[in-house]
Ligand binder design. Sequence first.
Ligand SMILES: [Zn+2]
Length: 71
Amino acid sequence: MDDADTNCKTHPDAPHGFMRDASHSAGRYVCECESWEPPKNKPMTRDEWMAWLEKAWAEAQGGSCRINLFK
Ligand SMILES: [Zn+2]
């Protein structure tokens, strides 16, 4: 018994499941995880950065001035 015919990803968050259509066209068992990409461990996106900045700003202002940053 070997599982050389599956290409399961080993990422802990990878979803596993039978992909019927893909398996039919590939002629083998195709697992859901094969087309799944792990979330990238990239630096904060611009939106995340803005949210962080907004939060830090609000905290610095005693939580009262969220809006002023964008004026
Ligand atoms: Zn899998």
